[in-house]
Design a protein around this ligand. Structure first.
Ligand SMILES: [Zn+2]
Length: 433
């Protein structure tokens, strides 16, 4: 719990750049952190009363304290507003669970029927319930079961979160830390802002190859499972691809110029960016970390297998079309010069590596492997002709070397993102707040 509060305080500090003068007291950060503790207290009391997580509550308008909430950031006149960061009080789903679990019925009432009526009424009210095992996996299919996000539409919500992130990055600078703090510690505040969209990516990607389903019982009023419609899947893919645009991935150069290496006495930590440039911030490595988050989610093997199946069954988005769109956002995109061009190289490299890994994965079924193999062969041929593009030639060599002997091939290691949520996951009642 205390870690979450510290993390929230830091997020608010990164979003608001509150120290214009240098050391003023801005109550908004403390207010947001306290609102978080209030919400967390209600959540843990919920567990004490026997209630499971409900990770589909945030799409219902924050209807349960048993979800994991992301701070809600509004944009007002171009400025970030945290005044409604966390909901107050319990939600409609929480009332349903307490009624279901604790209500005494008068004599003569058929308890089972009465309990079923509570759940049927909840469904008619539009309340959804999806718990841990469907919400946590990276290959998850449920379009509304996500941790650490908010908003009614996961596809459009990513646009909003990227806009919030852009405003915060544009405003980022000295005013994000107190006067007298080591300038190197700007990095600590920058990490959660740069990766501000990471959980929304995990939410939005579940629409791609997504399956909308309920924990249905025979005879109840809940619908059967349904493949997410093609337009929604395509919209989600389009949004996901915006997150690998070089302009989105580039840490602004004025920030790179502002953040020195850490002095003796202020040690590094695992909550900072990792990199391969020695003491200085690894701008290209950081871009790689963020590109990897998006691309590895899109090309998750379980998701790819579903795209193959749903595309065949439902005239829906296919794996082939998904890879084609990825190509349009990477190798087929016109490359800028300079810094942005180098970031584009990073994205192109990440896409190639993830295609190889999808082909190599033991989870990919033969149909998925066949489609990816044919795309890799085509890509290698195309890249081998780009004689004045070193990254293209390198990627072509990498693909050929993999296809020549997959068992001997070692994919390049990507830098991993610092942890964002507390570590660990487990059975239903394990709470990792
Ligand atoms: Zn919990």
């Amino acid at each position: 719990g205390s870690l979450r509060v510290r993390q929230d305080y830091m997020i608010a500090q990164g979003l608001l750049a509150p120290f214009e003068e240098g050391n003023e007291d801005d109550p908004r950060m403390l207010e947001m952190a306290l609102a978080r503790i209030r919400q967390l207290s209600a959540h843990e009391i919920g567990h004490t009363l026997g209630i499971f997580h409900n990770f589909a509550a945030s799409v219902n308008g924050r209807e349960s304290v048993m979800d994991y909430p992301h701070p809600k950031v509004d944009i007002k006149n171009g400025e970030l507003d945290l005044s409604d960061a966390y909901d107050v009080g319990i939600g409609d789903w929480d009332i349903v669970t307490i009624k279901f679990g604790y209500q005494d019925f008068p004599n003569g009432i058929n308890e089972k029927e009465a309990l079923n009526k509570i759940l049927e009424a909840a469904h008619l009210d539009g309340l959804k319930y999806i718990s841990d095992s469907d919400a946590r996996p990276q290959g998850g299919a449920h379009p509304y079961a996500h941790l650490w996000e908010y908003g009614n539409d996961p596809a459009t919500q990513l646009s909003h979160i990227l806009e919030v992130r852009k405003i915060a990055l544009d405003n980022f600078g000295e005013a994000n830390i107190r006067k007298g703090t080591s300038m190197s510690e700007l990095e600590d505040v920058l990490v959660p802002i740069y990766l501000f969209h990471r959980y929304q990516l995990e939410g939005t990607v579940k629409l791609i190859g997504g399956l909308d389903y309920y924990y249905k019982l025979r005879g109840d009023n809940q619908p059967n499972p349904e493949i997410v419609d093609a337009a929604t899947q395509r919209k989600a893919l389009n949004e996901m691809l915006k997150a690998i645009d070089a302009k989105v991935l580039a840490i602004p150069e004025n920030l790179l110029d502002l953040i020195p290496t850490r002095p003796a006495g202020i040690s590094s930590s695992r909550e900072l960016f990792s990199g391969n440039t020695g003491p200085s911030l690894d701008a290209l490595g950081i871009a790689e970390t963020a590109a990897e988050l998006s691309v590895s989610l899109i090309l998750n093997p379980q998701r790819a297998n579903r795209l193959v199946e749903y595309g065949a069954r439902d005239n829906n988005l296919t794996l082939k079309e998904t890879i084609d769109e990825l190509m349009e956002s990477s190798w087929n995109k016109k490359k800028e010069r300079g810094y942005l061009g180098s970031i584009q190289d990073v994205v192109n490299s990440v896409v190639t590596k993830n295609l190889i890994e999808l082909h190599a994965s033991g989870q990919s079924n033969p149909l998925t492997k066949a489609i990816v193999a044919s795309e890799l062969i085509k890509l290698s041929q195309m890249l081998s002709e780009r004689s004045n593009d070193p990254m293209a030639l390198h990627a072509s060599m990498m693909i050929d070397s993999y296809l020549d002997d997959p068992s001997e091939f070692e994919a390049p290691r990507t830098l991993s993102a610092p942890p964002g949520s507390p570590i660990g996951s487990g059975p239903m009642f394990y709470c990792e707040f």
